[in-house]
Design a protein around this ligand. Structure first.
Ligand SMILES: [Zn+2]
Length: 402
């Protein structure tokens, strides 16, 4: 088994704030995370830059950097420009200093990938679910991890998993995932026991939000909503730099809010949920009777771009329903950055404009004016990346705004 490799000598829990009576070890972990975090966000930096950015002394920085280089987390990448004296040595987070296995259990295929500390997906695989749920779906998760473990280079930092549904991230428990037929499944502990590395489990849309925040948004916004539209619809909400999970871990369950006069039964047991109107699965179901070639996401996108009569209307109607829901979210939270991720990105500008139009017209004009609604940066691997980001945050303190 690959060695577990968090911050050297560090604790697994992230050091959000230093306790008042911090032990020497807690202080050291906290300071190591400060250095890593500064380099993650602003690479490359010299030791003097690091001292300036973190407020630590030059001596402390020198000492921390040496330990982090020895543990493989940092690397020197040559010399920068001199501002008078000797030109400074530049540092960055070593991209392959640790690897993380990320899993996306939110689609009709399970996805898995090996991610490095720069957020690059080094290898990614997909396996169709083919109707599997319950224990059979757990087996598929184990198989995917086994496949990737066979060629992941150590040290492995851990495993991050994004699962649709209500997830208690603090205990790694899937409280409820309707599509996978999992209830109170202790997936995190199960994987930790099996593979001997730290594991984090999060809602897939929450993970998507972390991917955007950790790897793609500079400067990092304090507040951000990422809406994933795939097999289901869900939102990840970053508030004041932290992932907001709600009192019962169910924040952002946008797909199961019932909308308008819709009455179609939803797989959650409810009726008229947004998901029954605006998810990719709902669209595939609606388009099938009009155009028999539509059997999945990609054939639906192909039919839209080929101008098959009736398909455009179905897609734009779905965009309208989603747009209204996006408007409600921005009206309640006044978050200015909204990103849309998932296979819907393939619908392109016509779909996006419709979402924007209805989002803006269902909220106070003053709030609508300031809100940017865009496609996110990655779509296929966004959950794999985000689940990995959460693991990096827990083990190394890399991800969140603080
Ligand atoms: Zn529902």
């Amino acid at each position: 088994m690959a060695a577990v490799g968090g911050v050297p000598g560090g604790m697994s829990a992230r050091a959000t704030m230093l306790p008042e009576k911090a032990t020497h070890r807690q202080t050291r972990t906290f300071n190591q995370q400060l250095v890593l975090r500064a380099l993650h966000d602003h690479s490359p930096l010299s030791r003097a830059d690091l001292a300036r950015l973190t407020g630590l002394t030059r001596t402390s920085v020198g000492d921390l950097v040496r330990t982090l280089i020895d543990s493989g987390l940092l690397e020197e990448i040559g010399r920068g420009r001199s501002s008078g004296g000797k030109s400074p040595i530049l540092l960055r987070v070593a991209p392959d200093g640790r690897h993380v296995i990320g899993l996306d259990l939110g689609g009709v295929q399970f996805g898995a990938g090996v991610v490095n500390l720069h957020g690059e997906v080094l290898r990614s695989i997909r396996q169709p679910l083919e109707g599997r749920d319950g224990n059979a779906a757990v087996e598929l998760v184990l198989q995917l991890v086994e496949i990737l473990l066979a060629d992941v280079r150590p040290p492995l930092l851990g495993i991050g998993v994004g699962v649709p549904g209500v997830i208690d991230t603090s205990t790694g428990t899937v409280r409820w995932s309707v599509s996978l037929d999992w209830a109170d499944l202790r997936l995190g502990p199960l994987l930790e026991q099996r593979f001997g590395v730290p594991v984090v489990v999060a809602n897939d849309s929450h993970a998507a939000a972390l991917a955007e925040l950790t790897f793609f948004r500079r400067p990092r916004p304090n507040n951000l909503i990422v809406i994933k539209v795939a097999r289901g619809v869900g939102a990840g909400i970053i508030l004041n730099g932290e992932l907001f999970q709600g009192d019962g871990h169910g924040a952002g369950e946008l797909g199961h809010i019932s909308v308008g006069s819709a009455t179609a039964p939803c797989r959650c047991g409810g009726k008229g949920c947004l998901e029954t109107l605006a998810s990719m699965s709902a669209l595939v179901d609606a388009a099938g009777p009009i155009e028999p070639s539509v059997i999945d996401d990609s054939s639906l996108v192909a039919a839209l771009h080929a101008g098959v009569p009736g398909i455009r209307r179905i897609v734009l109607d779905a965009a309208r329903e989603l747009g209204i829901a996006v408007g409600w979210m921005t009206g309640v939270l006044n978050v200015r950055h909204v990103l849309l991720v998932g296979p819907v990105a393939a619908f392109g500008d016509a779909w996006l404009s419709e979402v924007r139009h209805f989002a803006r017209s269902s909220v106070l004009p003053m709030l609508a004016q300031d809100t940017q609604i865009e496609f996110g940066n990655v779509h296929d691997d966004v959950v794999v990346l985000g689940a990995s980001a959460l693991l990096m945050e827990q083990q190394l303190g890399l991800a969140l705004v603080r």
